[in-house]
Design a protein around this ligand. Structure first.
Ligand SMILES: Nc1ncnc2c1ncn2[C@@H]1O[C@H](COP(=O)(O)OP(=O)(O)OP(=O)(O)O)[C@@H](O)[C@H]1O
Length: 275
């Protein structure tokens, strides 16, 4: 089944499941973008259109559809009125987000909606034009790409980042390797990051984000380049973090993940609302 046939079938299935025309258009456009970017066959990326449409429809069904979880704890991340402009163009307009210990928030929106910008502001790497972000606790950040040092091998990354989080060399290496194993990855000793595949570098990025068990995890589309098995491992790791009382923010543009999270911040919708 080619991309166009799959997208046409998805459109029909979404409508059959009672998804409205606007949201159907949005979901189909997102899927088309992802397919174009990944270059993979649609059946491999999303599965059969009827199953994907059902998952999307289920994810709109409200809290009953979500996996059971413990009661959330104290507020770990509080973003209020975050506004960012680039060359006079408003990318983020008074965005609010509150995430408590034991909660997962998804930041969604079309390409260019400002998801990465918002996460970089939350990570303290970028200043907002107005608004505030308060983080209570330690922080781990997994960038969309480029978070690794080309000439260091994975163990050297663990030691370097671990040192910043107060871990001894030995503990950092061990923690890094345990977290890598959760993603079904054995870091090769002596292989510099520049020689790792894109998906493997993302695994390294993700392991680094979680090193030392920070209280708040900011993950910017961390699963890009992951194969299907690793992708599932990734969500198990995120749920484990949630059960351990972490506050997690995951940037994504795949709507079929929304039933896996507790809070959804749709930046497209927020911009449309204030327009
Ligand atoms: N440093 C910058 N200078 C000017 N414009 C920028 C800068 N960084 C981002 N932008 C613009 O701000 C908008 C939001 O970018 P951002 O990367 O946050 O979006 P995104 O939602 O993460 O997109 P994607 O889904 O493609 O990753 C885009 O239009 C982008 O071109």
């Amino acid at each position: 089944m080619n991309h166009d046939d799959w997208l046409a079938a998805l459109t029909g299935e979404l409508r059959r499941h009672g998804v409205g025309p606007d949201l159907t258009g949005h979901v189909v456009a997102e899927a088309a973008t992802h397919l174009a970017e990944s270059g993979e066959p649609p059946l491999r990326v999303f599965g059969p259109p009827e199953a994907y449409a059902r998952a999307v429809a289920d994810s709109l069904g409200g809290p009953d559809q979500r996996p059971p979880r413990r009661r959330p704890g104290p507020v770990r991340l509080a973003a209020q009125g975050v506004t960012k402009r680039y060359r006079g163009r408003t990318v983020l307009d008074r965005v609010d987000l509150t995430v408590r210990a034991g909660e997962i928030a998804a930041v969604v929106g079309a390409n260019g909606a400002g998801k990465s910008t918002f996460l970089r502001i939350c990570a303290g790497l970028l200043s907002p034009d107005s608004g505030t972000v308060r983080i209570d606790g330690t922080l781990g950040y997994c960038p969309q790409d480029g978070g690794t040092a080309e000439f260091l091998d994975p163990d050297e990354h663990f030691v370097l980042v671990g040192a910043g989080r107060g871990l001894s060399r030995r503990t950092a290496r061990r923690d890094g390797r345990v977290k890598a194993a959760a993603l079904d990855w054995t870091p090769p000793a002596g292989t510099q990051a520049r020689h790792l595949s894109g998906g493997t570098r993302q695994k390294l990025n993700l392991v680094l984000a979680g090193l030392g068990e920070p209280d708040v995890l900011l993950l910017d589309e961390p699963y890009q380049g992951f194969d299907r098995g690793t992708y599932l491992d990734f969500w198990h790791e995120v749920w484990r973090w949630r059960d351990a009382g972490k506050a997690i923010v995951v940037v994504t543009h795949l709507l079929n993940q929304l039933d896996r999270v507790d809070i959804v911040l749709d930046l497209t919708a927020s911009r449309e609302r204030v327009a």
